[in-house]
Design a binder for this molecule. Structure first.
Ligand code: T3D
Length: 264
Protein backbone atom coordinates (compact mmCIF):
# COMPACT_ATOMS: atom_id res chain seq x y z
CA UNK A 1 0.00 0.00 0.00
CA UNK A 2 1.44 3.36 -1.02
CA UNK A 3 0.19 6.89 -1.42
CA UNK A 4 -0.41 9.95 0.64
CA UNK A 5 -1.92 9.74 4.09
CA UNK A 6 -5.30 10.94 2.97
CA UNK A 7 -5.82 8.44 0.15
CA UNK A 8 -4.25 4.99 0.37
CA UNK A 9 -3.26 3.66 -3.04
CA UNK A 10 -2.63 0.06 -4.00
CA UNK A 11 -2.15 -1.41 -7.47
CA UNK A 12 -2.45 -5.15 -7.76
CA UNK A 13 -3.26 -7.28 -10.81
CA UNK A 14 -4.69 -4.37 -12.73
CA UNK A 15 -6.88 -3.07 -9.89
CA UNK A 16 -6.05 0.35 -8.48
CA UNK A 17 -7.60 0.52 -5.04
CA UNK A 18 -8.14 4.05 -3.72
CA UNK A 19 -9.12 4.23 -0.05
CA UNK A 20 -10.23 7.58 1.35
CA UNK A 21 -8.35 7.79 4.61
CA UNK A 22 -9.47 10.44 7.06
CA UNK A 23 -11.59 8.11 9.19
CA UNK A 24 -11.77 10.48 12.19
CA UNK A 25 -13.59 12.96 9.92
CA UNK A 26 -15.59 10.30 8.09
CA UNK A 27 -13.20 10.79 5.14
CA UNK A 28 -14.53 14.28 4.44
CA UNK A 29 -12.82 16.29 1.73
CA UNK A 30 -10.05 18.69 2.65
CA UNK A 31 -7.62 20.01 0.05
CA UNK A 32 -5.09 17.23 0.70
CA UNK A 33 -7.69 14.54 0.12
CA UNK A 34 -8.90 16.28 -3.02
CA UNK A 35 -5.39 16.46 -4.46
CA UNK A 36 -4.58 12.87 -3.55
CA UNK A 37 -7.82 11.50 -4.97
CA UNK A 38 -7.38 13.48 -8.15
CA UNK A 39 -3.82 12.13 -8.45
CA UNK A 40 -5.20 8.61 -8.02
CA UNK A 41 -7.67 9.02 -10.86
CA UNK A 42 -5.01 10.71 -13.04
CA UNK A 43 -2.83 7.67 -12.49
CA UNK A 44 -5.77 5.45 -13.43
CA UNK A 45 -6.12 7.43 -16.65
CA UNK A 46 -2.41 7.49 -17.55
CA UNK A 47 -1.04 4.15 -16.35
CA UNK A 48 -1.71 1.22 -18.71
CA UNK A 49 -1.13 -1.16 -15.81
CA UNK A 50 -4.38 0.12 -14.26
CA UNK A 51 -7.34 -1.73 -15.81
CA UNK A 52 -10.03 -0.92 -13.20
CA UNK A 53 -10.45 1.22 -10.08
CA UNK A 54 -11.95 0.30 -6.71
CA UNK A 55 -12.91 3.30 -4.57
CA UNK A 56 -13.79 2.88 -0.89
CA UNK A 57 -13.36 4.52 2.51
CA UNK A 58 -11.40 3.66 5.64
CA UNK A 59 -13.22 3.27 8.94
CA UNK A 60 -16.96 3.39 9.50
CA UNK A 61 -17.84 5.97 6.83
CA UNK A 62 -17.36 6.29 3.09
CA UNK A 63 -17.19 10.10 2.84
CA UNK A 64 -19.06 12.93 4.60
CA UNK A 65 -18.55 15.49 1.82
CA UNK A 66 -16.75 18.77 2.38
CA UNK A 67 -14.79 19.06 5.65
CA UNK A 68 -16.88 21.70 7.36
CA UNK A 69 -14.03 22.39 9.78
CA UNK A 70 -12.41 24.22 6.86
CA UNK A 71 -15.54 26.35 6.40
CA UNK A 72 -16.00 27.76 9.90
CA UNK A 73 -17.58 31.20 9.29
CA UNK A 74 -16.33 32.40 12.68
CA UNK A 75 -12.76 31.99 11.50
CA UNK A 76 -13.29 33.68 8.12
CA UNK A 77 -13.08 37.35 7.21
CA UNK A 78 -16.15 37.15 4.98
CA UNK A 79 -18.36 34.73 3.07
CA UNK A 80 -16.39 32.11 1.12
CA UNK A 81 -16.45 31.78 -2.65
CA UNK A 82 -17.72 28.23 -2.87
CA UNK A 83 -17.99 28.56 -6.65
CA UNK A 84 -14.20 28.76 -6.68
CA UNK A 85 -13.75 25.62 -4.60
CA UNK A 86 -16.24 23.75 -6.76
CA UNK A 87 -14.42 24.88 -9.89
CA UNK A 88 -10.98 24.13 -8.43
CA UNK A 89 -11.62 20.83 -6.69
CA UNK A 90 -14.98 19.09 -7.09
CA UNK A 91 -15.71 19.67 -10.77
CA UNK A 92 -12.27 18.54 -12.02
CA UNK A 93 -12.62 15.38 -9.94
CA UNK A 94 -16.07 14.59 -11.30
CA UNK A 95 -14.98 15.32 -14.88
CA UNK A 96 -11.94 13.10 -14.45
CA UNK A 97 -14.04 10.24 -13.08
CA UNK A 98 -16.69 10.61 -15.76
CA UNK A 99 -14.17 10.64 -18.60
CA UNK A 100 -12.11 7.70 -17.33
CA UNK A 101 -12.38 4.94 -19.94
CA UNK A 102 -11.81 2.20 -17.36
CA UNK A 103 -14.40 0.77 -14.95
CA UNK A 104 -14.76 2.40 -11.53
CA UNK A 105 -16.33 0.26 -8.81
CA UNK A 106 -17.35 1.95 -5.57
CA UNK A 107 -17.64 0.02 -2.32
CA UNK A 108 -19.68 2.30 -0.07
CA UNK A 109 -18.65 1.01 3.35
CA UNK A 110 -20.69 3.44 5.45
CA UNK A 111 -22.35 6.82 5.38
CA UNK A 112 -21.95 8.80 2.13
CA UNK A 113 -23.08 12.39 2.64
CA UNK A 114 -23.02 15.59 0.59
CA UNK A 115 -20.36 15.48 -2.11
CA UNK A 116 -19.38 12.08 -0.70
CA UNK A 117 -22.72 10.64 -1.80
CA UNK A 118 -22.49 12.14 -5.26
CA UNK A 119 -18.88 11.07 -5.82
CA UNK A 120 -19.97 7.51 -4.98
CA UNK A 121 -22.90 7.77 -7.40
CA UNK A 122 -20.54 8.99 -10.14
CA UNK A 123 -18.80 5.61 -10.15
CA UNK A 124 -19.79 3.00 -12.74
CA UNK A 125 -20.87 0.18 -10.45
CA UNK A 126 -21.79 0.98 -6.86
CA UNK A 127 -22.06 -1.66 -4.15
CA UNK A 128 -23.02 -0.55 -0.66
CA UNK A 129 -22.92 -2.21 2.73
CA UNK A 130 -26.47 -2.75 3.98
CA UNK A 131 -25.72 -0.39 6.88
CA UNK A 132 -24.60 2.41 4.52
CA UNK A 133 -26.72 5.51 3.96
CA UNK A 134 -26.76 8.11 1.21
CA UNK A 135 -27.53 11.65 2.40
CA UNK A 136 -27.91 14.78 0.28
CA UNK A 137 -26.72 16.70 3.34
CA UNK A 138 -26.45 20.01 1.49
CA UNK A 139 -29.98 21.07 2.50
CA UNK A 140 -29.02 20.99 6.17
CA UNK A 141 -26.50 23.80 5.67
CA UNK A 142 -28.23 25.83 2.99
CA UNK A 143 -26.31 24.53 -0.01
CA UNK A 144 -27.23 23.08 -3.38
CA UNK A 145 -26.36 19.45 -4.20
CA UNK A 146 -23.09 19.45 -6.14
CA UNK A 147 -20.62 16.95 -7.56
CA UNK A 148 -23.19 16.14 -10.24
CA UNK A 149 -26.04 15.38 -7.84
CA UNK A 150 -28.57 17.62 -9.57
CA UNK A 151 -27.71 15.86 -12.85
CA UNK A 152 -27.57 12.28 -11.60
CA UNK A 153 -30.50 12.16 -9.17
CA UNK A 154 -33.35 13.35 -11.43
CA UNK A 155 -32.08 11.24 -14.33
CA UNK A 156 -32.03 8.06 -12.29
CA UNK A 157 -34.84 8.64 -9.82
CA UNK A 158 -37.08 11.19 -11.55
CA UNK A 159 -37.81 14.63 -10.14
CA UNK A 160 -40.14 13.62 -7.27
CA UNK A 161 -37.61 11.42 -5.48
CA UNK A 162 -34.66 13.63 -6.45
CA UNK A 163 -36.33 16.70 -4.99
CA UNK A 164 -37.43 14.91 -1.82
CA UNK A 165 -33.91 13.64 -1.15
CA UNK A 166 -32.34 17.02 -1.93
CA UNK A 167 -34.78 19.12 0.05
CA UNK A 168 -35.18 16.92 3.13
CA UNK A 169 -31.62 15.51 3.39
CA UNK A 170 -33.23 12.34 4.69
CA UNK A 171 -30.89 9.34 4.70
CA UNK A 172 -31.55 6.77 2.00
CA UNK A 173 -30.59 3.28 3.13
CA UNK A 174 -28.58 1.03 0.84
CA UNK A 175 -31.35 -1.47 0.16
CA UNK A 176 -33.77 1.28 -0.88
CA UNK A 177 -31.04 2.88 -3.02
CA UNK A 178 -30.65 -0.47 -4.79
CA UNK A 179 -34.43 -0.95 -5.14
CA UNK A 180 -34.67 2.53 -6.69
CA UNK A 181 -31.89 1.77 -9.16
CA UNK A 182 -29.52 4.35 -7.70
CA UNK A 183 -26.84 1.75 -7.02
CA UNK A 184 -26.08 -1.77 -8.29
CA UNK A 185 -26.66 -3.64 -5.04
CA UNK A 186 -26.67 -3.65 -1.25
CA UNK A 187 -24.63 -6.46 0.31
CA UNK A 188 -24.10 -7.66 3.88
CA UNK A 189 -21.52 -5.47 5.60
CA UNK A 190 -19.03 -8.27 6.14
CA UNK A 191 -19.24 -9.33 2.46
CA UNK A 192 -18.80 -5.86 0.92
CA UNK A 193 -15.06 -5.72 0.36
CA UNK A 194 -14.77 -9.34 -0.82
CA UNK A 195 -17.60 -8.87 -3.29
CA UNK A 196 -16.42 -5.48 -4.53
CA UNK A 197 -12.83 -6.75 -4.78
CA UNK A 198 -13.86 -9.82 -6.77
CA UNK A 199 -16.01 -7.75 -9.12
CA UNK A 200 -13.23 -5.21 -9.74
CA UNK A 201 -10.68 -7.99 -10.32
CA UNK A 202 -13.04 -9.61 -12.83
CA UNK A 203 -13.44 -6.31 -14.69
CA UNK A 204 -9.68 -5.66 -14.64
CA UNK A 205 -9.11 -9.03 -16.32
CA UNK A 206 -11.74 -8.27 -18.96
CA UNK A 207 -11.66 -6.51 -22.34
CA UNK A 208 -11.16 -3.10 -20.75
CA UNK A 209 -10.70 -1.28 -24.06
CA UNK A 210 -14.24 -2.39 -24.95
CA UNK A 211 -15.45 -1.41 -21.48
CA UNK A 212 -14.12 2.11 -22.06
CA UNK A 213 -15.96 2.37 -25.38
CA UNK A 214 -19.12 1.01 -23.73
CA UNK A 215 -18.93 3.71 -21.05
CA UNK A 216 -18.47 6.35 -23.75
CA UNK A 217 -21.58 5.12 -25.57
CA UNK A 218 -23.76 5.01 -22.46
CA UNK A 219 -22.61 8.46 -21.35
CA UNK A 220 -23.38 9.93 -24.76
CA UNK A 221 -26.91 8.49 -24.75
CA UNK A 222 -28.21 11.15 -22.35
CA UNK A 223 -27.74 13.88 -24.94
CA UNK A 224 -28.27 11.90 -28.16
CA UNK A 225 -31.26 11.05 -30.32
CA UNK A 226 -31.66 7.37 -31.24
CA UNK A 227 -30.29 8.13 -34.71
CA UNK A 228 -27.20 9.79 -33.27
CA UNK A 229 -26.73 6.94 -30.85
CA UNK A 230 -26.99 4.32 -33.60
CA UNK A 231 -24.30 6.19 -35.53
CA UNK A 232 -22.12 6.34 -32.44
CA UNK A 233 -22.57 2.61 -31.80
CA UNK A 234 -21.46 1.94 -35.39
CA UNK A 235 -18.32 4.03 -34.91
CA UNK A 236 -17.44 2.56 -31.54
CA UNK A 237 -18.08 -0.99 -32.74
CA UNK A 238 -15.70 -0.31 -35.60
CA UNK A 239 -13.02 0.60 -33.02
CA UNK A 240 -13.89 -2.36 -30.79
CA UNK A 241 -13.75 -4.74 -33.74
CA UNK A 242 -10.17 -3.64 -34.41
CA UNK A 243 -9.04 -4.33 -30.84
CA UNK A 244 -6.74 -7.19 -29.91
CA UNK A 245 -9.21 -8.13 -27.17
CA UNK A 246 -11.99 -8.71 -29.70
CA UNK A 247 -9.75 -11.00 -31.76
CA UNK A 248 -8.75 -12.84 -28.60
CA UNK A 249 -12.34 -13.13 -27.38
CA UNK A 250 -13.58 -14.67 -30.61
CA UNK A 251 -10.57 -16.97 -30.96
CA UNK A 252 -10.94 -18.13 -27.37
CA UNK A 253 -14.64 -18.84 -27.91
CA UNK A 254 -13.92 -20.89 -31.01
CA UNK A 255 -11.04 -22.72 -29.26
CA UNK A 256 -13.29 -23.37 -26.23
CA UNK A 257 -10.71 -21.81 -23.89
CA UNK A 258 -10.62 -18.90 -21.44
CA UNK A 259 -9.70 -15.60 -23.15
CA UNK A 260 -6.64 -13.64 -22.07
CA UNK A 261 -7.62 -10.01 -22.46
CA UNK A 262 -4.98 -7.28 -22.29
CA UNK A 263 -7.05 -4.13 -22.54
CA UNK A 264 -5.78 -3.37 -26.04
O1 T3D B 1 -17.49 23.98 0.74
C1 T3D B 1 -17.39 23.76 -0.46
O2 T3D B 1 -16.28 23.74 -1.02
C2 T3D B 1 -18.62 23.51 -1.25
C3 T3D B 1 -18.83 22.06 -1.43
C4 T3D B 1 -19.63 21.36 -0.63
C5 T3D B 1 -19.77 19.90 -0.75
C6 T3D B 1 -20.43 19.26 0.44
O3 T3D B 1 -20.21 18.09 0.61
S1 T3D B 1 -21.43 20.18 1.47
C7 T3D B 1 -21.98 18.97 2.65
C8 T3D B 1 -20.97 18.78 3.75
N1 T3D B 1 -21.24 17.62 4.55
C9 T3D B 1 -22.19 17.60 5.50
O4 T3D B 1 -22.91 18.54 5.70
C10 T3D B 1 -22.28 16.34 6.33
C11 T3D B 1 -21.87 16.63 7.77
N2 T3D B 1 -21.88 15.42 8.54
C12 T3D B 1 -23.01 14.84 9.01
O5 T3D B 1 -24.11 15.32 8.78
C13 T3D B 1 -22.85 13.62 9.85
O6 T3D B 1 -21.54 13.58 10.34
C14 T3D B 1 -23.14 12.33 9.08
C15 T3D B 1 -24.65 12.23 8.80
C16 T3D B 1 -22.38 12.25 7.77
C17 T3D B 1 -22.73 11.10 9.96
O7 T3D B 1 -23.32 11.23 11.22
P1 T3D B 1 -22.79 10.29 12.40
O8 T3D B 1 -23.68 10.58 13.60
O9 T3D B 1 -22.69 8.90 11.92
O10 T3D B 1 -21.29 10.78 12.71
P2 T3D B 1 -20.82 12.11 13.44
O11 T3D B 1 -20.67 11.85 14.90
O12 T3D B 1 -21.63 13.28 13.04
O13 T3D B 1 -19.35 12.31 12.79
C18 T3D B 1 -18.23 11.58 13.26
C19 T3D B 1 -17.05 12.52 13.27
O14 T3D B 1 -16.80 12.97 11.95
C20 T3D B 1 -17.35 13.76 14.11
O15 T3D B 1 -16.12 14.20 14.68
P3 T3D B 1 -15.88 14.06 16.27
O16 T3D B 1 -17.01 14.75 16.96
O17 T3D B 1 -15.89 12.57 16.52
O18 T3D B 1 -14.54 14.69 16.46
C21 T3D B 1 -17.78 14.76 13.06
O19 T3D B 1 -17.58 16.09 13.45
C22 T3D B 1 -16.87 14.39 11.91
N3 T3D B 1 -17.46 14.81 10.63
C23 T3D B 1 -18.50 14.23 10.01
N4 T3D B 1 -18.76 14.89 8.87
C24 T3D B 1 -17.86 15.89 8.80
C25 T3D B 1 -17.03 15.85 9.93
N5 T3D B 1 -16.05 16.72 10.14
C26 T3D B 1 -15.89 17.68 9.19
N6 T3D B 1 -16.65 17.80 8.10
C27 T3D B 1 -17.63 16.93 7.84
N7 T3D B 1 -18.36 17.02 6.72
Amino acid sequence: MTGSETVLTDLSEGVLRLTLNRPDKLNSFNEALHLALRAGFERARDDDAVRAVLLTGAGRGFCAGQDLGDRDPRKASGPPDLGRTIETFYNPLLRLMRSLEKPIVCAVNGVAAGAGANVALACDIVLAAKSARFIQAFAKIGLVPDSGGTWTLPRILGEPRAKALALTAEPLDAETAAAWGLIWKAVPDDALMDEAGALTARLAAGPTKGFGLTKRAIHAAAANTLDQQLDLERDLQRDAGRSADYAEGVAAFLDKRKPEFRGR
